[in-house]
Design a protein around this ligand. Structure first.
Ligand SMILES: [Zn+2]
Length: 99
């Protein structure tokens, strides 16, 4: 359980989007920026790679406008972890927000 929680906010956020559709590293960086976090490619790509190694994401490559890009999607294992993480986040938020 601890190991799972240690995936952290960024990992959970990636899983959230990757469970709704395919995401790219660029998309995730823009997403995080929208939420007010500046993340460099040197952070996001190794994290995506690590999450794939952990079996939480599955990637495929596609050529779009002559550019090769890697698209990530959550695996059933990733979805399961996301469900668990949501419970934890909900618990924590309701304590912090006091309801
Ligand atoms: Zn988001």
């Amino acid at each position: 359980m601890m190991r799972r929680v240690l995936l952290g906010f960024m990992g959970i956020h990636i899983l959230h989007h990757a469970s709704r559709g395919e995401v790219t590293g660029t998309f995730m960086m823009e997403e995080l920026e929208r939420h007010g976090y500046r993340v460099s490619p040197g952070t996001i790509y190794p994290l995506l790679h690590k999450m794939e190694e952990m079996g939480l994401l599955k990637s495929r490559t596609e050529v779009r406008n002559g550019r090769r890009m890697r698209l990530y999607r959550a695996t059933p294992k990733g979805e399961e972890l996301l469900t668990e993480a949501k419970k934890k986040v909900r618990e924590l938020c309701s304590e912090v927000l006091g309801d």
